[in-house]
Design a protein around this ligand. Structure first.
Ligand SMILES: Cc1ncc(COP(=O)(O)O)c(C=O)c1O
Length: 384
């Protein structure tokens, strides 16, 4: 039965999973202090790059002896830099349960042609974390953005591991607790949880990762854009803001703004609480409605950033067309932009819940979701 349109609309309908919503206080006029038209190697530029690195360390609680670098090509650049620079020294174990994790498997198996143990799970599920052998280098994605499935915590990672852990944390950093003692390489991009700009990624290296970089040379050539060592020594400058190539100082200014905003909402704790409140509103909605469910089967693995939903009503004839039509209706009404499931994922919706999204906007969106669902069921019946 079709229902009336809700009276209230989200103030900000931007629920995209990347680039994600800018911080609520964002205004492009606030970037006026950017070091534009200046060399990034001038003191003003270097100071800003250093502030971006040290602000990240402070907000995420990254230990003082871990290196943090700003690198090109966003999270993809950071992950691939790690894979190409570090792997090949020992056996590799690849864990994947959605599209991005699968992409890293392709890199390692098909491009680097390494002998890897590959463990995969279907969308909605996760691999058997208890079976991971930490004598191997282990590559995994903390939060599988396209499935909405995350690792529940880092307890499954061995403290006394011989291999390195390489973690794509791009949709987890600034929304989930990352146990730095369990992570040797961690990557993320600015465009995700803090709503920064695309183009730059960050790579966080543990002392053990640095030791590997300084003691191992891969058999394959490394482009300049991936090189973190020179003459067998770490290029320390990269981790002090002397970037490998030219960064966007506008994107840097925007990231500094996002870090400031993150501090203003209580830092990491505040960001996690905001993401948790957003997701809880959706979880409660799923509990109260029998036609929609979380794609992540085990509640312990449910993401608090990229919440993926599936429609479960038996009346739905073509799942993919139905979900697309709902997303289209909501976009046309201007109440939700970019919430269709990722192109490789099962049919459904994906609603970003990271800290830059206001809980009031999620709460305002949900009755619209019900409206769109009922409208689409009615449309389907009429077409039959
Ligand atoms: C888990 C994961 N890894 C990698 C990427 C690629 O990120 P970027 O486009 O910032 O390189 C994404 C983007 O959505 C992602 O969600």
């Amino acid at each position: 039965m079709a229902i009336d349109q809700p009276a209230t609309r989200p103030v900000n309908p931007r629920f995209s999973s990347g680039p994600c919503a800018k911080p609520p206080t964002f205004d492009v006029a606030k970037l006026g202090d950017a070091a534009l038209g200046r060399s990034h190697r001038a003191a003003v530029g270097k100071d800003k790059l250093k502030a971006a690195i040290e602000g990240t360390r402070e907000l995420l609680g990254i230990p003082a002896d871990y290196r943090i670098g700003i690198v090109p090509a966003s999270d993809t650049g950071a992950v691939e830099m790690a894979l190409w620079s570090l792997l090949g020294a020992r056996k590799v174990e690849m864990l994947a349960w959605e599209s991005f994790g699968a992409g890293w498997v392709t890199d390692v198996v098909k491009q680097l042609k390494l002998d890897a143990v590959v463990k995969t799970a279907d969308y909605g599920q996760i691999v058997d974390l208890a079976s991971v052998d930490f004598d191997n280098d282990v590559v995994f994605t903390w939060n599988g953005t396209t499935a909405g499935v995350r690792v529940p915590n880092g307890d499954w990672i061995a403290d006394d591991r011989a291999g390195l852990t390489i973690c794509d944390a791009t949709s987890a950093a600034f929304a989930m607790d990352l146990p730095w003692d369990k992570l040797d390489v961690t990557t993320f991009s600015w465009q995700k949880v803090l709503g920064g700009e695309a183009a730059h990624g960050m790579i966080v290296l543990s002392p053990r990762a640095v030791e590997r970089l300084e003691s191992y040379t891969p058999a394959w050539p490394l482009p300049k854009i991936f090189r973190m060592t020179k003459g067998g020594k770490l290029i320390e400058g990269i981790f002090k803001g002397e970037t490998i190539n030219t960064p966007s100082m506008l994107a840097v200014e925007d990231y500094l703004f996002a870090l400031d905003w993150a501090r203003s909402v209580g830092g990491l704790k505040g960001l996690i609480a905001r993401a948790d409140a957003n997701t809880q509103a959706i979880f409660d909605f799923c509990e109260a409605h029998d036609w929609i469910d979380n794609l992540a089967e085990d509640p312990a693995t449910r993401s608090n950033t990229s919440v993926c939903l599936k429609f479960t009503d038996a009346r739905i004839q073509d799942g993919a067309a139905f979900a697309k039509a709902i997303a289209k209706r909501l976009e046309a009404e201007g109440v939700a932009l970019d919430i269709g499931a990722y192109r490789d994922a099962p049919a459904g919706l994906r609603i970003w819940c990271g800290g830059t999204v206001e809980t009031a906007d999620i709460v305002a969106l949900l009755p619209w979701l019900e409206w769109a669902f009922e409208a689409e069921i009615a449309a389907q019946a009429q077409a039959a």
